[in-house]
Ligand binder design. Structure first.
Ligand code: ATP
Length: 271
């Protein structure tokens, strides 16, 4: 549970009016700055539960900045700050009372380049669990198996769990990183171009996995690959120069967008 960390009452950062049953996140007038420069210009959108939401747009439009704000990864960048609200479970994620460590367990992130630790496959998954106080071997074994199964990797690695994660292929490493996130029992998974560094077969496996995972998680994915967005996402948000230009069902965005700029972008006329 993402709890308030200070003495101030939780009610001061709750916003019950904004809670909606089918949405996992509600973004209200979010602005993100790097120093004086504004990278995200007051965007508002709801993110649905158990769905895949794709963020698309040309390089530098603010997709990754927005994604990183959802689990407060921008806190790690000196000079970065956010205004507005991202409501999750009636709490504003941007509040200084949020327990960021707990938040990042519930809202996990997978990066473009697979980044397993230089440890065994097993330890890659158990490392954070042990840190969180889970020590019993039988419990750790179970979580490792379930996480690898959910990440569609178990069959490929079950006989070499104690071999180095770095001996896996790039595609397997990325599925291991997804398993590592799953082990923390997240509700939301943020994926920043998770398959752009992979070969086509590994890419297809990761795409199949994402579609499978939405049964259990709400997924937000940044992608430069229009085909990928149209294949796997339910809703698509098109960003341009820090603005959210259009946000709608993926089918609508790719067949009959409402805004001319969206149509120009998806048909490859710029970006
Ligand atoms: N750490 C940072 N410090 C300063 N400015 C940054 C930083 N990260 C991003 N920016 C700027 O913020 C704007 C949005 O960048 P962001 O990386 O979010 O875009 P993007 O749409 O994800 O791009 P790409 O598709 O190339 O990853 C850009 O103008 C970028 O130069």
């Amino acid at each position: 549970m993402v709890t308030a960390t200070s003495e101030r009452p939780v009610e001061t950062i709750r916003n019950n009016d904004n809670h909606q049953k089918n949405n996992i996140l509600k973004v209200n007038n979010l602005e993100i700055f790097y120093g004086e420069k504004r990278a995200v210009n007051g965007i508002s959108m709801d993110i649905e539960k158990n769905s895949v939401t794709a963020l698309i747009g040309p390089s530098g439009c603010g997709k990754s900045t927005f994604l990183r704000s959802i689990n407060r990864m921008n806190d790690l960048i000196p000079g970065a700050r956010a205004e507005g609200e991202i409501i999750y479970e009636d709490l504003n994620i941007l509040s200084d009372q949020i327990n960021v460590v707990a938040l990042r367990k519930e809202i996990g992130m997978v990066f473009q380049k697979p980044n397993p630790f230089p440890k065994s496959i097993y330890e890659n998954i158990t490392h954070a669990l042990k840190f969180a106080g889970i020590r019993k071997k039988s419990e750790l074994d179970k979580i490792v198996e379930v996480s690898l199964q959910k990440a569609a990797l178990w069959e490929e690695v079950k006989d070499r769990l104690h071999k180095s994660a770095l001996s896996l292929s790039g595609g397997q490493q990325q599925r291991l990183c997804i398993a590592r996130t799953i082990a923390m029992k997240p509700t939301v998974m943020l994926l920043d171009e998770p398959s752009s560094a992979l070969d086509p077969i590994s890419n297809a496996k990761v795409e199949d996995l994402i579609v499978e995972l939405k049964k259990d998680y709400s997924i937000i994915i940044v992608t430069h690959n229009m085909q990928q967005a149209s294949r796997i996402s339910d809703k698509t948000a098109f960003f341009l120069s820090g603005d959210l230009i259009e946000y709608d069902l993926t089918e609508k965005i790719f067949t009959n967008p409402s805004v001319k700029k969206t149509e120009e972008y998806i048909s490859g006329r710029f970006g």
